[in-house]
Design a protein around this ligand. Sequence first.
Ligand code: G3P
Ligand code: CA
Length: 251
Amino acid sequence: MAALHRVAHRGYCAVAPENTLPALVAGVLAGATFIEFDVRTTADGVPVVIHDRTVDRTTGSCGKVWELTLDEIRELDAGSWFSPAYAGLRIPRLTEVLDVLRPHAVGGHGVELLLEIKPPATLEQVKNIIGQVADAGLLDRTVVQSFDPAVLRLVEQAAPELRRGLLRDGFDAEQVAVARELGVGYCNPSMAAVLAAPGTVAALAEAGVAVMPWTANDSAIWPALVDAGVAGIISDRTGELTGWATARGTA
Ligand code: G3P
Ligand code: CA
């Protein structure tokens, strides 16, 4: 059986606060083959790793990421909302994330990075993000994904050689044509989209486009996703996913 990618969603976010350094490292330790995380840019132009448009949910403070400076963001506590054990944890800069993941990603057999750029993002911001990945020597270990096709076109403009993935809530009616037009190697829809239209996974695979659905946390669903032909599963439950894949010989 083909190996199944195990994607740690926002790091291993079942055991540590999402998109923080402990969660990202926990994903590696739990056997992920891809570490997924979300990148936004601060008011003063620094890429940071956070999912939401605002800092409200994960810091107890308030404000839009792109209206806050790095200094303002670095004052926030991104751990207490999850557990007192993580009190004082910071929202990481992208450079910190790359530094932490790099030793686990180089060498050909290590983990890969699934870097999501959250819109809005300008060409300058996209170039800055990709430049930091390049400076870390991780361009060939990274797939950049986005829900926004415009962002993916900026990524292609900035680094045509970089692998890209299109995120979708559901499959488009002409999903293969959409993926071909964008030139992406990955198309990552919700798991509900895969379960509703497993034939689209096969059609994309025939076109050379891999599918890794999100966010599949119920292990009862994993066999159906594999039967549909997915290349990987994006999950909060990295450890359980690794154990399951190992037991069925697809790790
Ligand atoms: O990688 C897929 C997944 O991260 C997309 O959804 O909202 O968790 O970024 P979201
Ligand atoms: Ca994401």
